[in-house]
Design a protein around this ligand. Structure first.
Ligand SMILES: C[S@@+](CC[C@H](N)C(=O)[O-])C[C@H]1O[C@@H](n2cnc3c(N)ncnc32)[C@H](O)[C@@H]1O
Length: 375
């Protein structure tokens, strides 16, 4: 349990706390799962952290950086890889639909479509870029942003609506924003760490595992020290099942920070991977500044693989961003050989280094590539 004395609260916290407390009051156990709490504070339509894409959360003026906020280079390199795949493992004569989920303010879509539009080998009439976002306000913002895009960009609300014959699905830092449940190894068994109301504040409380978490915990076994805490993403199986139905043939690129199970549940990681970000400061306290703080957990890529394969996708590769982007950049790097690095070119090179350097973003971020009916 985290001490209440260490928790700083915001004077504006009342609306979200009231909503959380109402949920707790309605629950039979007097507590709600952490995933329900996270869903409210991140995605409540009015007060949630991600309620509106206009309020900049990503980048220098926001709470955290992503590969997208480094600059257009990330989208440029993904576009090079899209073209390479369309002309090799996919059918270059058939239309291609790129589907992005978790697009936020659409910056990655803007960077990718700009690079595709300029690409000499692309027939843009065969290309559609679809963004999936469940929130009407975000869709309206994106419709407006892309109203005169030279590449066809469509905004839809569900993965089902984004379905196509042939496509490439991509998401950057989507899965780390999915709500997670928390479990703790306590007195010889796994318990759920839920959220209760204590002294008019949300606080951790232990409760018996719900049936939905039992299979995960059984698979984990019992070789854990007292107090070992970790996370499970309950929405992952359903999400990958839905995403797998997007295309009859295509590729799925999932880019995020995370580990395979052995590393994820390693004995030294005894406080789990839950992190909160506000104004570029990381904390482990999800109850402070609700609605102003991003809450994330690392992705368990072994679970992604297991559920992806169960949904009929083939696990094609699991690599880090360094290797994925260096491969995507090969033609661009060759074209630059011997040329001076000045002005825009020097800026591109700096972005490339930030994205790929193993000590910066290159090793921290991983890329899972899944596929269906591709050679
Ligand atoms: C950490 S941000 C990453 C934003 C952007 N992809 C980037 O890399 O800068 C996560 C984004 O995923 C969005 N998100 C979470 N769940 C989603 C869902 N089910 N469908 C679409 N977007 C979702 C959030 O609203 C948020 O904009």
């Amino acid at each position: 349990m985290e001490g209440r004395a260490q928790t700083r609260f915001n004077s504006e916290d009342t609306p979200l706390f009231e909503i959380v407390f109402q949920r707790i009051q309605k629950s039979q156990e007097g507590s709600i799962s952490f995933s329900d709490y996270m869903e409210l504070v991140l995605y409540h339509p009015e007060h949630g952290y991600y309620a509106s894409p206009e309020q900049r959360k990503v980048g220098r003026k926001g709470d955290f950086f992503t590969s997208v906020s480094v600059g257009p280079m990330f989208g440029f390199l993904l576009a090079q890889q899209i073209v390479a795949e369309w002309h090799s493992r996919l059918d270059e004569k058939s239309p291609l639909v790129i589907v992005e989920q978790g697009a936020h303010d659409g910056q990655l879509a803007a960077d990718i479509t700009a690079a595709l539009h300029e690409h000499p080998r692309i027939d843009c009439t065969l290309l559609t870029y679809r963004i999936v976002d469940p929130r009407a306000e975000t869709r309206a913002f994106l419709e407006n942003r892309f109203s005169d895009s030279p590449v066809r960009i469509e905004i839809v609300s569900t993965l089902k609506e984004a379905a196509a014959g042939q496509g490439i699905f991509l998401c950057n830092e989507l899965l780390d924003a999915f709500s997670v449940d928390r479990i703790v190894y306590s007195r010889g068994e796994w318990k759920e760490q839920a959220v209760a109301r204590v002294d008019d504040r949300p606080a951790w409380t232990e409760r018996t595992l719900p049936p939905s978490l039992e299979p995960f915990c059984e698979a984990l076994g019992s070789d854990f020290p007292e107090g070992y805490t970790t996370e499970i993403c309950p929405g992952l199986p359903h999400w990958i099942q839905e995403a797998s139905g997007l295309f009859e043939s295509g590729l799925w690129w999932i880019i995020d920070y995370g580990f395979e199970a052995e590393d994820y549940f390693s004995p030294h990681r005894k406080t789990g991977t839950l992190r909160c970000y506000r104004n570029h400061t990381a904390t482990e306290d999800p109850f402070a500044f609700p609605g102003e703080t991003d809450i994330t957990a690392h992705v368990n890529f072994t679970h992604l693989r297991e559920f992806g394969e169960a949904a009929g996708l083939k696990w094609l590769q699991y690599t880090d961003q360094h290797h994925f982007l260096i491969h995507a950049a090969r033609d661009w790097l060759l074209s630059r050989e011997g040329k001076p690095s000045e002005g825009e070119s020097a800026q591109q090179l700096r972005q490339f280094q930030t994205l790929t350097h193993p000590g910066l973003m290159g090793q921290q971020f991983k890329v899972a590539e899944l596929g269906k009916n591709v050679s």
